[in-house]
Design a protein around this ligand. Sequence first.
Ligand code: DAH
Length: 339
Amino acid sequence: MTFSERLEELEKAVIDRLELSSTLGELEELKAEYLSRKGKFSLLLRELKELPAEEKPKAGESANSLKKKLDELLQSRLLAFKEKGQKTPEEFFDFTLPGHRSWEGKHHPLTQVLDRIIEIFYGMGFEVAQGPDIETNYYNFDSLNFPQDHPARDMQDTFYLANDLILRTHTSPVQVRVFEKKNPPVKILAPGRVYRHEAINARSYCLFYQVEGFYVDEGVTFADLKGVLVAFVKEFFGKEVELRFRASFFPFTEPSAEVDIRCIICKGKGCSVCKYRGWLEILGAGMIDPEVFKAVGYDPEKYTGYAFGLGVDRIAMLKYRIDDIRLFYENDLRFLRQF
Ligand code: DAH
């Protein structure tokens, strides 16, 4: 193709595109592609110097006049569009305006931990049940075999409301409420809030969360209890975490135990979190006392069962390495946004 044929071809291409363009944006694109400094027209001009000397002046002249013609066409089209009120993409979109930040909604860290705990036990066949936060002395203490003079009943520990009502100090009363309604087998997980009239500091707050778990059937043993708790701890904290069962006492279980895990911060060497003991207590547990069964009409000769109570806040503090329980209840967004 000769140089002048190529000029003609380019002219036709530009005019076709001009006809097809219906927005300022399209015209800007056309200009950039064909008529800018690095556009197709400029590329074609570079070939001028390869032409024989005698052809150069004429070819140069027609190239120049074509450029002029196309620039004018484009300009008048641009003007016409602008008069109709069209805006270029740059005019239309203000790149200097600040962007909109969108915040993602999330669950509270305690809810996240609670959900995970429930999920793990659900996988082991536990159903979820709930009891009221406002309890009677009977469900919170008497039915669970607490003696009349037990120190937990003291005004210093328990929030007393009117008419024998209290704020529950633990989730264990849900055991009795479920036993009254259902016969064995029962395999229940009961998460909820509990309240204690204690001095508030980094380690204790006037309310916190527990998850109660219990299983009653014929032939349930302490080995079954150990099995579920070991499975839970390994699933929640990781396979390498060690745990130990320590003999303990609760009025509603016999035998009773407290379960510690090897400190996940110092791995047992001793640090301020585990108070240089190397172990951290995460739950109380045991075999349900026959006295509790008698109160609800279960035959203690026929059925046995285990129960455990996990401290959710404690577990959340260990998981996220939080050293002050009050942070969970202040709802400071600078804290909550980190989860
Ligand atoms: N209710 C006890 C507490 O709040 C925790 C507990 C201990 C629950 C032993 C249990 C259990 O189910 O078997 O301190």
